[in-house]
Design a protein around this ligand. Structure first.
Ligand SMILES: Cc1cc2nc3c(=O)[nH]c(=O)nc-3n(C[C@H](O)[C@H](O)[C@H](O)COP(=O)(O)OP(=O)(O)OC[C@H]3O[C@@H](n4cnc5c(N)ncnc54)[C@H](O)[C@@H]3O)c2cc1C
Length: 389
């Protein structure tokens, strides 16, 4: 099945190169890692060496200087080829916070090394066990003392923390009751985890349904140099929000890739598997769920592309980014469900990779933002209804 979205796509060559790279990492590679919850180091290194993880870093800082559309084409292809970009996708959008709000010294210090892979910036410490979706109620506190901040608190679901050198951390620097708005008094820091691991920083992996290398992270008087504050103290929540549209659109692109992978598997098997002396795909009961999921994917894909077009044109795209992420995550889930059903019992056998992709793609209806919160956003900010929480 041709994964290219349309004849006007300008990233055909990149897609082809990513396809070749992914062919070096077949299902067997991912299955072995899944068994031991291992990190795909070789795959991430290959993506880094090929320059794909530095796709959004401008050329002057050593990156490829692609638009979001280019990064989306890379991640979509990774998923459509059966690989899993979750091991490293955050690096593509987290660095945007440093790029947009960091000082020139921070950009020069970090971005070129992130582009070459010398430094990994893959950990994003926002969610806390006590705050959940209500980000501004987070309690991790960074107290300024001279030329450093002393950080105390806890994060949860900090993915890839064990496989990243740097973490972008959101912490409170002014107590919530001393701010005018709850969105104020939060600050963003670049934490060099190599220097504080075991000295104020503890990382504990969480075993999850799929291989996602997510962790609990504890800060106990962890010291962060004041120069690692990004932008202005107290404005960190705005900086994180700024990056969310890119994150949602890239994850939506991954879901489109997943849906294409599932549909390619479903149609191939439906055509080849014979029961009652005819291909199972001859039965409309088998065809229709596959065709319906494909239709859902194509509709979601249009919205993903529209969101990306607006993002790259510098236009507001919160509406499209949120809706695209929700629809794409639902389409990949529908395609996964059709794929398991089409394969009958074999859909559950690990060697087909379907159950693995099925587990992996389920996440995106919950993270990085859950479906209810997307709907709340649309209800309130797009349709003008009262805020529900
Ligand atoms: C594998 C994995 C990786 C992750 N990686 C990261 C990461 O790298 N960095 C990071 O910071 N976070 C990460 N997250 C966290 C993720 O962003 C959150 O899990 C997600 O935002 C939901 O928050 P929560 O789990 O606290 O759910 P809660 O906020 O507790 O919500 C639970 C349920 O209630 C619903 N709900 C809550 N409030 C409302 C409301 N007002 N109206 C309607 N429904 C509501 C939600 O939609 C959800 O279904 C990850 C999560 C997972 C599972």
């Amino acid at each position: 099945m041709d994964h290219t979205p349309s004849s006007t796509d300008e990233y055909t060559e990149i897609r082809e190169e990513v396809r070749k790279l992914c062919a070096r990492f077949p299902g067997e590679y991912w299955r072995k890692l899944d068994e031991v919850r291992g990190y795909p180091t070789a795959f991430v290194n290959a993506l880094t060496e090929s320059g794909y993880l530095g796709a959004l870093i401008p050329e002057e800082y050593g990156g490829a200087g692609l638009k979001l559309a280019g990064a989306a084409a890379i991640l979509e292809t990774v998923q459509a080829e059966g690989c899993n970009g979750a091991a490293c996708h955050a690096q593509m959008y987290i660095m945007g916070t440093i790029l947009r709000h960091g000082s020139e010294a921070q950009k020069r210090a970090y971005l070129p090394k992130i582009a070459t892979g010398e430094l990994r910036l893959q950990a994003f410490g926002v969610t806390e066990p006590g705050s959940g979706t209500d980000t501004t109620s987070l309690r991790t506190f960074a107290k300024k003392e001279g030329d450093k901040y002393i950080v105390n608190g806890q994060k949860v679901w900090t993915s890839r923390a064990e496989h990243s050198d740097l973490m972008l951390l959101l912490a409170r620097t002014t107590p919530r009751d001393e701010t005018r708005k709850k969105t104020e008094g939060l600050s963003t820091f670049i934490v060099d985890m190599r220097t504080v691991l075991g000295k104020g920083l503890t990382i504990r992996p969480i075993r999850t349904m799929m291989n996602h290398n997510s962790c609990e992270v504890f800060f106990d008087n962890m010291e962060v140099p004041a120069e690692n504050l990004v932008g202005v103290e107290g404005k960190g929540f705005r900086y994180i929000l700024d990056g969310m549209n890119a994150e949602r659109l890239l994850i939506a692109s991954e879901c489109i890739g997943d849906a294409k992978w599932f549909t390619a598997k479903s149609t191939a098997y439906a055509n080849e598997r014979k029961v009652f002396n005819r291909p199972i795909g001859q039965n409309q009961g088998v065809q229709f769920p596959i065709a319906r999921a494909y239709t859902q994917m194509r509709a979601a894909e249009l919205l993903v592309r529209e969101g990306i077009r607006k993002f790259d044109a510098g236009e507001p795209c919160g509406e499209e980014a949120n809706m695209a992420k929700m629809l794409a995550a639902e389409a990949s889930w529908a395609a996964g469900e059709a794929c398991i059903q089409t394969h009958g019992g074999f859909g559950f056998a690990e060697e087909y990779d379907i159950e693995r992709k099925f587990r992996e793609t389920r996440l995106y209806q919950v993270a990085p933002i859950s479906t209810n919160l997307v709907l709340s956003y649309v209800a309130e900010h797009v349709l003008g209804m009262p805020r529900s929480y």
